[in-house]
Design a protein around this ligand. Structure first.
Ligand code: ADP
Length: 260
């Protein structure tokens, strides 16, 4: 890999939390936003002061995941943009300003500027952790965020399939290029728990992310099963991490492992 310039811009940005953790994936649809939201909720339930910045300007997920889909707007006071709190997490998302489904036609630099502003102009208060829900993929936009913002570490979300893992490797490479430590991999949609019989089946294979984490020398933070309830709870705006299920415990365990 060729040498990257240091990250001078990142130092200039006010850091609103003790830890800023990017949640990323090599491609869309692997459950990155679901995992980001549930990690945030799990840590908030555990007593931490948590914020979530939805950096996916073209496809914001926080409104749906946290049940705020009426585009209430973001109020600005002298202290800054007021985040919206849901399930104990302070949130900012472009989806609170723009109606769901309305296309965002901004160009790259504007998107970059919006994300930076969300980080610096929001009245986050005193945060222990800020979760950054990255846009999916490993293109210029993601690289710019990684270089521009003071990110302390990255959690990579992957499904067990080889293809998704290839993409996950790319995501890992991107953070390494920008000298951001990889905190670990979460394997999502790991195995399928049948809601009828309770049986387990490995639809996308199983354990691929764990093996890959070992090969790459990064931590394996845990696996989240493919479960219809995870999708319905996400769609209803009540993240699974709110409950007392094995899945809720898995999210808390992964979140704590990432912070270790
Ligand atoms: P991404 O952010 O990677 O694009 P999302 O978090 O938006 O992915 O998830 C894509 C879809 O898959 C959503 O409908 C979500 O509810 C669903 N989903 C994510 N993880 C799981 C899971 N473990 N079990 C069932 N459905 C899931």
């Amino acid at each position: 890999a060729h040498a990257q310039p240091p990250r001078p811009a990142a130092k200039a940005v006010h850091k609103p939390a003790r830890r800023i953790i990017a949640v990323a994936s090599g491609k869309g649809g692997v459950g990155k936003s679901t995992v980001a939201a549930n990690l945030a909720v799990a840590l908030a339930r555990d007593g931490m002061k948590v914020g979530l910045l939805d950096a996916d300007i073209y496809g914001p997920s926080a409104p749906r995941l946290f049940g705020i889909t009426d585009a209430p707007g973001l109020r600005k006071t002298d202290a800054g943009v007021q985040p919206i709190t849901a399930h104990g997490v302070k949130l900012v998302s472009i989806g609170f300003v723009i109606k769901p489904g309305a296309p965002v036609v901004w160009r790259g630099p504007m998107v970059q500027g919006a994300i930076r502003q969300f980080m610096t102009d929001t009245d986050w208060g005193d945060l222990d952790v800020l979760i950054l829900d990255m846009p999916p993929g490993t293109g210029d936009a993601q690289l710019a965020i990684a270089q521009d913002l003071p990110v302390d570490g990255a959690v990579i979300v992957s499904t067990p399939q080889d293809l998704a893992l290839d993409d996950a490797r790319k995501a890992i490479g991107m953070f390494e290029q920008t000298h951001i430590p990889i905190l670990g991999i979460v394997e999502n949609m790991s195995s399928f728990i049948c809601p009828h019989c309770g049986g387990n089946s490995d639809i996308f294979g199983h354990g691929g992310a764990k093996d890959e984490a070992e090969r790459l020398g990064v931590a394996f933070l845990g696996e989240i099963p493919l479960h219809p309830q995870l999708r319905t709870s996400s769609d209803e705006g009540t993240p699974a991490a709110l409950g007392d299920s094995p899945v809720a415990r898995a999210f808390l365990k992964a979140a704590k492992a990432a912070l270790e």
